[in-house]
Design a protein around this ligand. Structure first.
Ligand SMILES: [Zn+2]
Length: 118
């Protein structure tokens, strides 16, 4: 486990954030949303995530079980992260690794998650 600090943003920079993430453990998913977005996700405790700016630019979207609050920028349409709850009930943030500065998401060895079958 190797955690490091990252900065990320949506495309238009209206939304930006800092997060401590372990990019040795990322997830891709084939659910009806992740597949279309091409998301590469890194889950981290809510305490290791800080929204730097852009709360007013974020729009929330929920689907299926409605448990995950997908956040996307209403200006440029990019989803930089989502709020959720982990198996132990603790608040987590699913950061879209595609939105991080200086990271090549497709070079990561992500675990594929079969969200479509749930
Ligand atoms: Zn934006």
């Amino acid at each position: 486990m190797s955690e490091a600090s990252y900065h990320g943003s949506c495309q238009c920079q209206a939304v930006s954030f800092d997060a401590t993430l372990d990019l040795d453990h990322t997830v891709t998913c084939n659910c009806s949303r992740c597949q279309k977005l091409g998301s590469v996700l890194s889950f981290t405790p809510a305490g290791k995530f800080r929204l730097e700016k852009g709360a007013e630019a974020l729009t929330e979207y929920r689907f299926n079980t409605k448990k995950i609050a997908h956040q996307f920028c209403k200006i440029c349409g990019i989803e930089p992260f989502a709020y959720g709850v982990g198996p132990d009930g603790a608040a987590v943030v699913a950061v879209n690794v595609n939105c991080l500065d200086g990271v090549e998401p497709r070079a990561l060895k992500s675990t594929h998650y079969d969200g479509r079958s749930l």
